[in-house]
Design a binder for this molecule. Structure first.
Ligand code: SF4
Length: 235
């Protein structure tokens, strides 16, 4: 069987660094415009109360140190030091005043043991000011901008209460790539009302954009917004 036309994260790490790559999930205590009323109060249907985060209440430097300690304790090969990506995972990690964002990110860029910084956010939360900050920080360490798309179908995006369109994602991905950031698209397979063709459409949509990585999730519906937009889905 021919090799697939992509690398797994494991293969990418081996080829790029020669060692495994591990992510430390961080919860910076930020919120989300799709929960705080800026866009909606319902949130995406698959999002849990912790915004897909760890629920950690300690500071970012403390979480980093705890993550590094876990990695050291679990290292399979003591002679092989993994590369570390600090991952701002919970909620929307560009949804705060710019000064606060700079303060939150700084410990990860300042840390000798962190190779790259991943920042999870929504495509409608990376305006010019945020992009300028990220472009500046990207000169110090590579940034992976983890952008939620989930699907190329605007109908499905509305059904799952995402609060943005696929066009918004395309715009954010292009602007991020033009600043030299690595773009990671998050997509979900198994969304309500979608079949294999819809998944293929999303794959083609992502392939036509300057996207470097794709993270594929399966669907878990954490709650249903009211009024229920899933009414045409047999649930
Ligand atoms: S944008 Fe992210 S944090 Fe906000 S509701 Fe959706 S999944 Fe949750």
């Amino acid at each position: 069987m021919p090799d697939p036309p992509y690398l797994s994260l494991k293969q990418y790490a081996r080829r790029t660094f020669g060692v495994p790559l591990l992510k430390i999930p961080l919860d910076a205590g930020l919120g989300c415009p799709n929960r705080d009323g800026t866009i909606s109060r319902g949130g995406c249907v698959y999002c849990d109360a912790r915004g897909s985060g760890t629920g950690a209440r300690s500071s970012v430097p403390e979480q980093l140190d705890q993550g590094l300690a876990r990695i050291r304790a679990r290292r399979a090969d003591p002679d092989e030091e993994p590369q570390v990506v600090a991952y701002f995972q919970a909620f929307t990690n560009t949804h705060a005043p710019i000064e606060r964002l700079a303060e939150i990110y700084e410990p990860t860029f300042d840390h000798d043991e962190v190779t790259a910084v991943a920042i999870g956010t929504r495509p409608d939360c990376v305006g010019a000011e945020v992009m300028d900050l990220l472009a500046e920080l990207n000169q110090r360490k590579p940034i992976w901008l983890e952008l939620g798309l989930q699907t190329a179908s605007n109908e499905t995006l509305d059904r799952i209460n995402r609060g943005h369109t696929s066009e918004k994602f395309a715009d954010a991905a292009r602007r991020a790539a033009s600043q030299g950031l690595l773009v990671c698209a998050h997509v979900i397979v198994g969304l309500p009302g979608e079949d294999l063709r819809a998944v293929e459409d999303t794959a083609r949509f992502v392939a036509d954009l300057p996207v470097d990585m794709v993270k594929v999730h399966t669907l878990y519906v954490a709650h249903v917004p009211a009024p229920c937009k899933l009414r045409h889905w047999p649930c």
